[in-house]
Design a protein around this ligand. Structure first.
Ligand SMILES: NC(=O)c1ccc[n+]([C@@H]2O[C@H](COP(=O)([O-])OP(=O)(O)OC[C@H]3O[C@@H](n4cnc5c(N)ncnc54)[C@H](O)[C@@H]3O)[C@@H](O)[C@H]2O)c1
Length: 351
């Protein structure tokens, strides 16, 4: 039986990948230490998702380990010699990173290096997928001229009509500590591909979302927004008139792409991965969708100052990933994704 190692297995992406590859017949090993609860407090706790995997996924093994534990990571990878490594453990928030720069960098950059080096020593032939982020582009996309509509911003420059491509520069801009630690990891994943020849790739996520997200104010935009709506809580909009645009992709579609890469891996690649323009929305548009789904008005307030480094408008150009993996496309639309998130929060509230 083939084995997959998934870090961050109790999180949104990790848990979806665990379920997906279990259905594909893999023995699934998850690595997580519920660090999300340390980063974000009890609302970020992902133990519920770990328990669900242990309950529902046959042959799932949980490893309580910190990716910063270099010796522990090496020992685990040596023991398992996994056929695929998916790295989804991270400190994922801009704002939080400013308060904990050392933990952020040690987790995002150091943890990634620990895993890469363990893979190089134990399973250098195994596809290695790293969850990177569009924040590697820093606030560079904010320099693109925009057009403002009643509910959102759009790129006015026709060069970006399809979104941001992978050729967009990553340096000489403001990243936040989180963006910088993810750049370090992203470049190292590329280097292990190019220099050492490992079949690695970075998926530079836009908004990755889905019903398994433990959304909190500082991370998990749609999940947190839906939670606020259902609980009648106020959602705070930070700047840009609520017209800031994100492209949203369901975690299931992320898992599907990881499978495509594992079947036909390349080395040192980077792909932008979001829902593309078709699955994009502004915060104002997201309010409207959730209100339609739940029938409840979205309470919100407005803070004029935007979050540091926050994109005004971002959607991924999916051209490269579609060209390399024509079997993949966005299969779940934005409204269906939000419907599933509504359902999941309702189920959690009554559990
Ligand atoms: N969700 C998004 O919108 C988004 C967007 C772009 C990129 N990404 C990236 O995708 C990846 C997965 O994101 P997610 O939304 O599933 O995050 P998540 O917070 O839901 O899951 C991450 C998991 O990693 C675990 N973890 C964190 N630090 C750890 C450590 N030191 N040791 C072991 N486990 C640790 C957490 O406990 C959590 O369960 C991250 O790398 C993130 O930066 C996410």
């Amino acid at each position: 039986m083939k084995t997959i190692l998934v870090t961050g297995s109790s999180g949104l992406i990790g848990s979806e990948v665990c379920r997906y590859f279990a259905r594909e017949g893999y023995a699934v090993h998850g690595l997580d230490n519920n660090q999300r609860a340390v980063f974000f407090g009890p609302a970020g706790d992902t133990r519920w998702n770990q328990r669900r995997l242990e309950r529902e996924v046959a042959g799932f093994s949980h490893h309580e380990l910190d990716v910063r534990d270099r010796a522990g990571v090496l020992a685990l990878v040596r023991t398992l010699r996994p056929a695929i490594v998916v790295h989804a453990a991270a400190q994922p928030s801009h704002d939080r990173s400013a308060e904990i720069p050392l933990d952020d960098f040690d987790t995002n950059a150091g943890g990634t290096l620990n895993l890469l080096e363990a893979a190089r020593q134990a399973c250098p032939e195994s596809p290695f997928v790293h969850m990177s982020t569009n924040k590697v582009y820093g606030d560079g996309p904010n320099r693109i001229p925009l057009r403002e509509t009643e509910t959102r911003y759009e790129y006015a420059d026709p060069a970006y009509a399809a979104g941001i491509p992978e050729t967009f520069p990553v340096d000489q801009c403001l990243h936040t500590v989180f963006g910088a630690s993810k750049v370090a990891a992203d470049v190292m994943v590329q280097e292990y591909g190019r220099y050492y020849g490992l079949p690695t790739c970075c998926l530079r996520g836009g908004c990755l979302t889905g019903p398994a997200h433990s959304g909190v104010k500082l991370h998990g935009f749609l999940s947190y927004l839906v939670k606020c709506n259902l609980e009648g809580r106020e959602y705070q909009v930070y700047g840009y008139k609520g017209k800031q645009v994100r492209d949203n992709v369901h975690s299931f579609d992320v898992a599907r792409l990881i499978h495509e890469f594992a079947k036909g891996p390349r080395g040192g690649e980077v792909y932008n991965l979001g829902g593309g323009k078709g699955n994009s929305c502004s915060i104002l548009e997201a309010f409207r969708i959730v209100e339609d789904l739940t029938g409840k008005p979205q309470k919100h307030s407005y803070v004029p100052e935007n979050r540091v480094g926050d994109h005004v408008c971002y959607y991924s150009d999916l051209g490269k990933v579609r060209a390399h993996y024509p079997g993949w496309q966005v299969s779940i639309g934005l409204e269906e994704t939000m419907r599933q998130i509504v359902e999941a929060w309702r189920a959690k509230a009554t559990a």
